[in-house]
Design a protein around this ligand. Structure first.
Ligand SMILES: Cc1cc2nc3c(=O)[nH]c(=O)nc-3n(C[C@H](O)[C@H](O)[C@H](O)COP(=O)(O)O)c2cc1C
Length: 513
């Protein structure tokens, strides 16, 4: 039960903090000649091209990101078109741009360094348009590659200790993280990025599945080795991070687990040589669940999260009235999303726009590690220019739907500093910081709580991206100086840890996207 020895998560977290000095003394340089391939390629298997002219859902983005999982009375079975829509709008290529060394293929969800280390796989029974099998999704040619023929859903159900959503799903998407593809730039901090980048992708995936009328949720409890084995992963390089069962049948009538031996499928090497970061392998191993019993027990334990006492003046959220909210569809918004590269420091957003983002993005993630409405991350803000909200630092009282003033004043310079001395957080209208009580989380979930809290932050951050772009604002994820963030928000944030940062504002120099 290594998962219970939470020193491993603390060692990883402490060892991968950014500080003024760690950034200045880092000797890491980018070896452009050894830049990893952005795609996983199986040279020997034939592509099954996915349909590209898939009908759009027509569901407004703001509704799709905040909707509860649709309640289905009968079957909700995805067909190939549904799968194509969900995969493309989660991980598909939406833009491309040339740079001196080649081309960057930007994807549907934001990702640190545009390195796209999250891969998607599908494990499904017989579907309209797709035979039962285990498949890998390749965004480069929008195709699936068959890895195993036949129905292996029973293996997933077993690995997830008969989690009901997995047991009833006609198809389950598995998200994996490929260490080297992101570690080439970010070194050992990549394990945090796994959660962030998988999370932004999940925000899209859940929204598009929901808009397609299909239940979907995040499952984090599973026997790691069984899922990695089913996908034929070399677990020193690539590991399963979470599963998303898509659709539902009334009975868990799926097949039993079957033999799934190693395939040893050939894949094209990502780089001439790869560097391994033992801290990440250790973090992953220590947060792995080894048996179905451990998975079931893990899922059955929940930390209790007390509400934060109210101590300061409050400003009530005032979301844009529902009938006046933009109706752009989830597909339109995903296609126009792209991280803002320069914010207009003279621009402002309204309290109504900010309230809409906070309200829509924090209605709870459907996940096996969260009870209804629970959230692991606490949200703190630095408001620079929000009409109707005095500049200052705030705590989001989620249950009360208010912003509690922690300290007033202009903090643009401080925000720039906290966001790794970048201009983006200084020029944004508001910076949203995700902080968490890691002590309590690790106590409750073991080391796997570290995966959960990073993943949840990425998913809420991803929803905030979409809620901002739905309102024609801009946004960008950012990295940060860990301890300085906590100092800035203390004493309120005392004993918490910095998890994630998103800047929101208006893009400079061109019309809002
Ligand atoms: C969690 C996260 C952290 C990020 N951190 C930074 C950052 O520190 N500085 C920056 O300029 N961009 C940052 N980005 C933006 C990425 O560079 C951007 O998402 C990536 O280049 C892909 O482009 P796109 O978002 O426009 O599709 C971050 C994105 C995410 C999701």
């Amino acid at each position: 039960m290594r998962n219970r020895d939470v020193q491993a998560a603390w060692a990883y977290h402490e060892g991968t903090k950014h500080s003024y000095w760690s950034v200045r003394t880092s000797t890491h340089v980018l070896d452009w000649a050894n830049r990893p391939l952005p795609f996983k390629i199986y040279p020997a298997s034939k592509p099954i091209l996915l349909p590209r002219d898939v009908p759009q859902t027509g569901v407004a983005a703001l509704a799709a990101i905040s909707a509860r999982v649709p309640a289905v009375s009968g079957d909700a079975v995805p067909d190939l078109q549904d799968l194509a829509r969900i995969l493309f709008f989660s991980a598909g290529i939406t833009r491309q741009r040339k740079y001196p060394g080649g081309e960057i293929y930007f994807r549907a969800a934001a990702c640190t360094g545009a390195l796209y280390e999250i891969e998607l796989y599908v494990v499904n029974g017989e579907l309209k348009g797709l035979d039962a099998g285990v498949y890998h999704f390749n965004p480069a040619d929008v195709s699936l590659r068959l890895l195993r023929k036949g129905d292996f859903r029973g293996n997933l159900s077993q690995a997830a200790a008969m989690e009901p959503a997995v047991a009833r799903a006609p198809a389950t998407i598995i998200c994996t993280g490929t260490y080297w593809r992101n570690a080439w730039k970010y070194g050992a901090r990549t394990y945090r990025h796994f959660g962030w980048d998988n999370g932004t992708l999940l925000a899209n995936m859940l929204a598009v599945a929901t808009a397609s009328g299909l239940p979907a949720e995040v499952v984090l409890g599973f026997v790691d080795a069984e899922v990695n084995g089913l996908l034929d992963l070399d677990a020193r390089r690539e590991v399963a991070l979470c599963m998303v069962p898509i659709g539902s049948t009334p009975e868990s009538s799926g097949p039993g687990a079957r033999e799934a031996g190693a395939l040893g499928l050939e894949t094209i090497p990502l780089s001439k040589r790869e560097v391994e970061y033992p801290a990440m392998l250790e973090m992953h191993e220590a947060s792995s669940l080894a048996s179905e019993e451990e998975v079931a027990k893990w899922r059955g334990t929940r930390p209790v999260f007390p509400s934060s006492a109210l101590d300061g003046e409050e400003v009530r959220l005032q979301p844009v009235p529902e009938e006046e909210q933009p109706k752009d569809t989830i597909e339109q918004v995903i296609l126009r999303r792209g991280s803002t590269r320069t914010f207009d420091p003279a621009a402002s957003i309204t309290l109504a726009q900010l309230s809409t983002i906070l309200d829509r993005a924090t209605r709870g993630l459907p996940a096996d590690f969260l009870g209804h409405g629970e959230q692991l991350n606490d949200i703190y803000l630095i408001a620079h220019s929000v009409e109707g909200l005095a500049p200052g630092a705030y705590f989001f009282q989620r249950e009360r739907k208010t912003l509690e003033l922690l300290k007033s004043g202009g903090f643009r310079a401080e925000a720039g500093r906290l966001g790794l001395e970048q201009q983006l957080p200084a020029d944004a209208c508001v910076d949203v910081f995700f902080l968490a009580d890691l002590n309590r989380i690790l106590e409750g979930y073991g080391n796997r709580g570290y995966r959960a809290v990073q993943l949840e932050a990425g998913a809420i951050g991803g929803k905030m991206y979409l809620a901002a772009y739905a309102q024609r604002l801009g946004a960008s994820g950012l990295t940060f100086f860990d301890d300085e963030v906590i100092e800035f928000f203390s004493p309120h944030a005392k004993d918490k840890s910095a998890i994630f940062l998103l800047a929101i504002g208006k893009p400079l120099g061109r019309k809002a996207p």
